[in-house]
Design a protein. Structure first.
Length: 332
């Protein structure tokens, strides 16, 4: 009885060569598809009685992602072909839900299905949301001029989601809503104010169900008085190697528009300038000037412009002697 022996691929090639058959074609082993990384950062936000929002991080290849829900101990497909966000609607009040996400296989680039994320669970509200947002903090103010002030307040919190704010002004002893803004609108510029006048503002937060927070504490700001001349402030920052940055801030505190302005200063001819902003730089010997850009030739009452440039020289020679329309500037 004959005995047979299984030859390895290398042994088969050797035997074939000895027998004069040349090189035998040996099939290469099939290469396994590379699995995609699992989606990351799965979270559930803005849970109310019948809806919620899910988001996560994903590579989002052409087949995108699959959301699964755990039902009676078994994972069932809930949604397919989505990327990094899903609005969950039609949920049952007072019910706990468990979800996970994985990235589907992408055959055209030989990418296998990813592992799933860790499961995430949440419970819907037992009924319509009736909880108001937290009370906003007292408004604060910045960039105050004769007619303009910036108003800011930190964002409130809510058991579901803050969807906006009422910015109110105290007028003749009563509160009047002057703006209704979305949840990201907690920084507002108020213009058209009267010089040398005190103004009081407060904020109310609201959610999608119309629940309103208590009104914030009152923030009060007083606008600047009108002056005969504008304000010009120079900031000069020096760096190593003779580099410097100069910025001029001009605030029109007069009662009239300023048109065709110019900022003059001394600047050594050895200085190399770059990155001019807010105007055009002209030079003549050891003197220089910044004149307006096309979009800021006029400075209206209560408004300000910024202009400046970067420069360098060795040895260091920063600019000096700044004037605005012939009036001395403060600072450098």
């Amino acid at each position: 009885m004959k005995r047979y022996r299984i030859l390895t691929a290398a042994r088969a090639l050797s035997v074939a060569a000895m027998l004069g058959f040349g090189t035998l074609a040996v099939a290469a082993p099939a290469r396994a598809s590379e699995p995609q990384p699992a989606p990351t950062g799965l979270e559930v936000l803005h849970v109310d009685d019948t809806s919620a929002e899910m988001d996560w991080g994903s590579a989002c290849f052409s087949t995108e992602d699959v959301v699964q829900r755990l039902v009676n101990g078994s994972w069932q497909t809930y949604a397919t072909g989505i990327c990094e966000y899903l609005k969950l609607t039609g949920l049952t009040p007072g019910t706990t839900y468990t979800f996970r996400v994985y990235s589907a296989a992408v055959p055209d680039i030989d990418m296998a299905q990813s592992p799933p994320t860790a499961p995430i669970s949440f419970t819907t509200l037992s009924g319509p949301d009736s909880a108001p947002p937290s009370t906003p903090a007292e408004p604060t103010f910045s960039s105050v001029t004769t007619t303009v002030a910036d108003v800011f307040w930190p964002q409130s919190t809510d058991n579901v989601q803050v969807t906006g704010y009422y910015l109110q002004e105290l007028v003749s002893g009563g509160w009047t809503t002057i703006r209704t803004v979305d949840a990201s609108g907690n920084f507002q510029t108020i213009s058209g104010l009267t010089p040398a006048t005190a103004y009081s503002f407060a904020v109310i937060a609201f959610d999608a169900r119309g629940n309103n927070s208590p009104r914030s504490d009152t923030g009060t700001v007083t606008t600047l008085a009108v002056t005969a001349t504008p304000s010009c402030q120079i900031t000069l920052q020096s760096y190593g190697g003779g580099f410097f940055l100069v910025e001029a801030s001009v605030l029109n505190t007069t009662a009239r528009p300023i048109t065709g302005w110019h900022l003059d200063f001394s600047l050594a001819s050895t200085v190399t300038t770059s990155s001019v902003f807010g105007g055009t730089l002209t030079r003549s010997g050891n003197s220089a000037a910044l004149v307006p850009a096309s979009w800021n030739t006029t400075i209206s009452p209560g408004y300000q412009v910024y202009a400046g440039f970067m420069g360098s020289s060795n040895p260091p020679a920063p600019p000096s002697g700044f004037t605005f329309n012939g009036l001395p500037c403060t600072g450098a």
